[in-house]
Design a protein around this ligand. Structure first.
Ligand code: ZN
Length: 170
């Protein structure tokens, strides 16, 4: 049975504490329903990979794939993030498309969800995130999923996709 270690569980509690109450509540409802369903649990155990993200961290993430390594690493140091080694492929990969994010609000108006796998890794399988989105939207219909921003039930008509991302209206 897939479950969090006590250290992992403490991280989840801390992350959810910095997320807006209505979003954290809907997440909790969706998570409980997920955990009661063996078929869904076979896809992984949902966890919050990010809630609140300080502005300095967003700036460092935005620089990824856009700025030379020296500049990128300077921003990462400022944000308290580990620097990328020379030649790092990750340093050249764009991971965000915005300079201002709902994650920067405190409490955060957004959270990102990943799936803990049986081997201890965390991944972001699209089918699992899609199924999780149905549960969290059933818990609170106002939530927007980054895999279907316009809420029409399709992902193939979106300009940018952010499958792990869920946010509540301001
Ligand atoms: Zn996000």
């Amino acid at each position: 049975m897939l479950q969090l270690s006590s250290a992992q569980a403490a991280v989840q509690v801390a992350r959810l504490r910095d997320v807006r109450g209505d979003l954290a509540h809907a997440y909790g409802v969706a998570l409980t329903r997920w955990m009661l369903d063996r078929t869904l649990m076979a896809l992984g155990l949902p966890l919050v990979t990010q809630g609140y993200r300080p502005a300095a961290e967003q700036a460092a993430l935005y620089a990824q794939g856009r700025q030379p390594l020296a500049m990128l690493n300077r921003l990462r140091k400022l944000a308290g993030l580990p620097v990328f080694p020379a030649g790092s492929a990750e340093a050249g990969r764009k991971v965000t498309w915005v300079t201002v994010s709902r994650h920067m609000e405190l409490p955060s108006g957004a959270l990102d969800v990943g799936m803990l796998q049986a081997d201890g890794s965390v991944s972001w399988p699209v089918d699992a995130l899609q199924k999780f989105s149905r549960l969290i939207l059933a818990a609170d219909w106002r939530i927007r999923w980054g895999g279907d921003w316009d809420g029409d039930g399709r992902s193939d008509d979106e300009k940018s996709l952010d499958m792990p991302h869920f946010e509540v209206p301001r």
